[in-house]
Design a protein around this ligand. Sequence first.
Ligand code: PMT
Length: 411
Amino acid sequence: MGQALDRVLTGKRILLGVSGSIAVYKAVELLRTLMREGAEVSVVMTEAATKFVAPLTFEVLSRKPVATDLFAAHQEMLHLTLPEEADVLVIAPATAHTLAKLALGLGDDLLSTMVLTASCPLIVAPAMDGGMWDHPTVQEHVAQLRARGVTVLDPIEGPLASGKIGKGRLTDEQTIVASIEACLLPARDLAGQRVMVSAGPTQEPIDPVRFLSNRSSGKMGYALAQAARERGADVLLVSGPTALPVPPGVRCLHVETAEDMAKALTTNFRWSTIVIMAAAVADFRPDKPSGQKIKKQTGAWKTLALAPTEDILHTLSRQRTRQILVGFAAETEALLPHARKKLQDKDLDLIVANDVTADGAGFGSDHNAATLLTRDCTSTALPLMPKRELADRILDALQPIIKRAAMPKPR
Ligand code: PMT
């Protein structure tokens, strides 16, 4: 906890939720550390937590009343106002019962109701007996919370209150504080990078009023552009037709066809240091689009001759000087073998393997699940999560590749 942390926590409003585990006493120390670092901390305790440590301890140290009761709090609407004012909500310790309530969206006390009304980042630090932590139900709840973008800090191994050794101890204070810091400090790890992102579908004209296209909404690519911008990159978005607003601070070139997209990307390729192809580019286009609207005719329209479009990523990989190339693979079967083949054929640094048939993922959805495959054969399976969060996970995975690319090559 160095100087950077002082700056990060000073004046920040942290809502500390405490639930009923033997580890409640560690929340007292956590509160003291956060206060020492200049944070303003409001504490909410579950009834069970008050059995371990009296609210008065937290009241004295936080210099604020401690809220415990949903109904008493209703008068001041604390279940709404406290989360609304908070920069981050941390639940430490979180019991198995609390995790279950959060996963299920229950709101039967002040803390769980606040979680439902909070829009700030949520960090959860579980503590329980080792056997409980390993229970499939608890693990399911943890997975659900993570998929929703909640930061769940794994408990650590060691002696437990039961006398057994196991994984269930509240993670160390430094880890909790570092996670709070990470939520509050916008990562600037892409400062100095020039990131070109393609997004959305292409539209390939059949005639002036009809076209061939696909189901891409552009959400994945726009989320990547926004995340890269927020992490300090200079971002150029090359977008097929979508209904989405361009994220603040992002330059955007709007294109329609695969040919337009290829032109925009190749023209700006030398400028870029990283290219992420999230667009769903048409592989074929009508060979001879009609200059006039094709008239309705009786009977079937038997054939529409199609010509292949340029494989843009392939072209870019042959022109690369120092650029890092990231592709997506939208697959409906044999996800990983197909994605690996594309990674190799297109000579990419990383490919995002996307099973577009998975429930709630892929085209049009606000969520996505993917496996990240890298050139050096690492594979990271990511569960269903908001596209904005997946965007960050993809950019996280680029960090070692960026570092390697920056290292001087051996002579
Ligand atoms: O836009 P959303 O609704 O948010 O949906 C997101 C998404 C499903 C479109 C996205 O996550 C995704 O998977 N994009 C890639 C879709 C695709 O075209 O995949 P592909 O497997 O056909 O192509 C492989 C890679 O080559 C892709 O990076 C693609 O951009 C690129 N490509 C494809 C064809 C072509 N002619 N030139 C290309 O460069």
